[in-house]
Design a protein. Sequence first.
Length: 499
Amino acid sequence: MNKKAIIIGAGPAGLTAAYRLRKTAPDVDVAVFEATERIGGISTTINHNGNRMDIGGHRFFSKSKIVNDLWNEIMPVQSSAVNPEKTDNVMLIRNRVSRIFFRRKFFDYPISIKPATFRNMGLVNTVKSGFSYLVSAVGKRPENSLEDFYINRFGKHLYRMFFEDYTEKVWGVHPSKLSPSWGAQRVKELSVLAIIKEIFLKIFAPHRETKQTSLIERFLYPKFGPGQLWEIAAAKAEEIGAEIRLNSIVTGIQAENGKIRSVTVNCGGKTENFSCDYLFSTMPVKDLAAAMGNAVPEAVRRIAADLSYRDFITVGLLVKRLKLKNETKIKTVANIIPDCWIYVQERDVRIGRLQIFNNWSPYMAADNENTVWIGLEYFSNEGDELWNMPEKEFIDFAVNELAKIGIIDESDVLDSVQVKYPKAYPSYFGSYSEFDVVRNYLDGIENLYCIGRNGQHRYNNQDHSMLTAIEAVNLLKSGETDKSAVWNVNTETEYHEGK
Ligand SMILES: Cc1cc2nc3c(=O)[nH]c(=O)nc-3n(C[C@H](O)[C@H](O)[C@H](O)COP(=O)(O)OP(=O)(O)OC[C@H]3O[C@@H](n4cnc5c(N)ncnc54)[C@H](O)[C@@H]3O)c2cc1C
């Protein structure tokens, strides 16, 4: 008789596990339980009246061959043979443009040293930045916090201008209270010195491949957004025998003699029990431990319960036009600004980032020529004032903010939608410093595999999430009980998108 694997969550990790299991371990039956009505998890696409938006913008970029091959198997990359005008199942090759909006002006992201930067900063700020950089270059501080990390690389003045407020917007915590390891992962090689070096290399060796991540300029993107790829992946997994049930929330997990035996699922209001031989979990570790109840030792339960997250609210706005002019040399449809997304560093608004979905794919807006479909991003904590604001009030607030900083006219808004996504970012504070206790306990449960982003409480991108699933399937097939390979994904300290 076939063994049975249950997978919690139909996001990139859960679907990759389902597909790989059915493809490479045909003697294992697969059932995926997904809490929501949607496929794709955080990498889903919302279709609002024909305008499509991501939960944030999702670049497809990986240095892993196995991930790139899998993406290509699900959705071929555009080429002379695969033309986006003729087929929908196509991965577009896109150019990344993203800038910082600060003091109602654009700055390059990452900050570059060129006349426009100094012009936008003004003489006083430029001089102050230069001096404070020199001060930090001669007297490096011990790196005990993210604040120290940034000041060592950029100087106090640039840090105050470009990092301090934005980091606090994203995490809800001041950078002086965040671990420097977050910076080490995201911007390790970025600093004033690195920027100067990059400028020289650009002049003297323009064709060389850039090493740093923040300077990657191309990425892949499904014609209709990330959710399209994951819906195709789900259909492919179903074709080869995986069962995927939506609106099915795993609420209880039963273990016996060091193994998971069954799960309790709320299937659209009806509670059912399902036995299993293997369990793959992409649900948040906090919820997983809670679902296992008293079987979990007290210390593990406490640490898991205290794990913290950052929640995400996005507003899709359809507007007739943006008030910002395209002053770049980059050509765009209707000459809108070319950015895929903009970091909003303005201090007088709460918005953190702005997505322009027309620039992610010209097929994201129902009318790409005459409307601009944008995504306003807010970082919040479940239960705080932003989270609790009624939808209409929140949309009005968001529209107001964008009008205030001169990006739109309120009268140009044609349509809107709000989407809230809890636990979008696993946080590296709270009880995270004790996370190994939880991990060791979960790893000791032989037939349980914790995979993906919230499944591992790690800042995993889609490719990492997929790789954890692939490693877990390999372990299952080999019978290996040491789960290190699953946790070793995404552990290099440098940022991972660099190829
Ligand atoms: C704003 C933002 C921007 C991002 N940008 C990028 C990017 O540019 N490129 C990139 O590669 N990655 C990006 N990511 C990361 C990417 O979204 C994740 O890596 C990926 O979606 C994680 O996949 P996953 O399957 O592990 O988890 P998720 O996507 O979180 O999916 C987990 C699924 O499990 C379900 N679930 C949870 N609890 C239960 C339960 N109890 N029962 C049943 N189902 C349950 C959830 O509903 C969800 O569908 C971004 C993330 C965010 C927040």
